[in-house]
Ligand binder design. Structure first.
Ligand SMILES: Nc1ncnc2c1ncn2[C@@H]1O[C@H](COP(=O)(O)OP(=O)(O)OP(=O)(O)O)[C@@H](O)[C@H]1O
Length: 385
């Protein structure tokens, strides 16, 4: 066509370049076929995920209920004030926790776990929670920690030293407000606050990345460490929160090096100082320490923090009987009241009362729990086992 003069050479050049362009565009699909199909698979999966989220949202809306478990913090009044008002406080009867008509459900309200539970815990009323696997023991601790609020009822913590708290009722009292208005205001304020005097030890303690010193100071004095909450399976995140102003007031004095060395001896971990070259060496602690050693380290943190109440979720499961007994003796001696979840019968030796939770059966009787004191004879029998 060029030689017959029907077409110019430039047009032929243009056509060749246009053809190459189209060829390279189509080749992209052939060359990138694998990536495009992977991309399409990801989009499909995201679509399915979105559908599941929509379904679960509509499930929650259908089963929506205004009921929830209320966590309240009430101040233990200064005994001297109560005496001047004519009330004589009972000596040795210091209230820590009151649970009122607690019915607990799983987060999407699909299952009931505990029905209508009421009990009170005073100082040194160590409580053991037992029951079959899946009955709701850990969920009960989650509810006490304020992590699960699906259900109904009240969990009341009695908080001390209100004068030190910036947000205390006494500090905020406005004489122009009626007593009822003040009470409602305080109830609102106290809702969803978290007790800094309550400590939680999971079965697998969270090991922070850092030195042995940082392990011991976590979580009470480790303001800069805010671990990924999903990092530690089974751990309750309320200990990992950013400390509030009130927490700052609550914090005990920071331990000295001597305190840290002593506490390691108390939990029978004195040898790790020489094994790992002192308090300031950095290791991946969850790999270099056995689970039993990690559990003892968690007890060392507890003894340094000295909370009023501790929730122990199978926290001694990896320890032998002698070490378990030793640690319970240490926290008892430190004046810490504990609520433990566990399966071993020997645990009864260190507790005063037992709460049995059985699996909820909708056809069965109303309550699926019972509470009773642990008799001396039972503990003696366990000791001889
Ligand atoms: N996030 C969740 N969403 C829905 N259901 C849950 C959730 N977590 C736990 N469950 C269910 O709640 C029930 C109680 O679980 P929980 O962990 O409290 O049992 P447990 O008594 O502590 O068991 P174990 O002795 O085996 O540790 C179980 O049937 C469990 O499958």
């Amino acid at each position: 066509m060029y030689f017959s003069g029907k077409i110019e050479f430039g047009v032929i050049n243009q056509s060749v370049s246009a053809f190459n362009h189209i060829l390279s565009d189509f080749s992209l699909i052939v060359y990138q076929f694998q990536s495009i199909s992977a991309f399409s698979a990801v989009i499909d999966r995201l679509g399915e995920f979105d559908d599941i989220l929509d379904d679960s949202e509509s499930y929650i809306t259908e089963h929506e209920s205004n009921d929830e478990v209320n966590i309240l913090f009430i101040e233990n009044k200064d005994p001297s004030l109560l005496v001047s008002n004519g009330y004589v406080p009972q000596v040795g009867h210091h209230q820590l926790l009151k649970i009122q008509n607690l019915t607990l459900q799983t987060p999407q309200r699909k299952n009931i776990l505990i029905t209508d539970l009421s009990l009170e815990i005073n100082e040194k009323d160590h409580l053991l929670v037992m029951g079959p696997s899946g009955s709701g023991k850990t969920s009960f601790l989650r509810a006490l920690a304020g992590l699960w609020n699906t259900g109904k009822g009240n969990v009341i913590f009695y908080v001390e030293d209100a004068g030190k708290h910036a947000r205390s009722v006494s500090a905020d009292t406005d004489s122009s407000k009626s007593e009822d208005a003040l009470k409602t205001e305080e109830e609102q304020r106290s809702k969803n606050r978290r007790p800094s005097s309550v400590f939680f030890l999971p079965q697998k303690p969270y090991m922070v990345l850092g030195t042995l010193r940082q392990q011991l100071l976590y979580p009470t004095w480790s303001d800069k460490i805010h671990p990924d909450l999903n990092n530690s399976p089974g751990s309750l995140p309320f200990l990992s929160q950013v400390p509030s102003l009130a927490d700052e007031f609550d914090k005990p004095e920071k331990p000295t090096i001597d305190d840290m060395i002593q506490v390691l001896e108390r939990v029978r971990l004195g040898d790790i100082l020489s094994r790992f070259n002192g308090l300031d060496s950095i290791y991946e602690w969850s790999s270099v320490l056995s689970l039993g050693e990690q559990q003892r380290l968690a007890f060392a943190r507890l003894l340094l923090s000295k909370p009023k109440l501790v929730l122990l979720d199978e926290s001694t499961s990896a320890l032998d009987g002698a070490n378990e007994a030793h640690l319970y003796r240490q926290i008892e001696a430190a004046g810490i009241t504990y609520i433990s979840v566990g399966h071993r019968m020997t645990l009864q030796n260190y507790h005063k009362n037992i709460l049995y939770i059985s699996k909820y059966d909708a056809r069965g009787s109303e309550r699926n729990w019972h509470f009773e004191p642990i008799s001396q004879t039972a503990t003696e029998a366990n000791s001889t086992c």
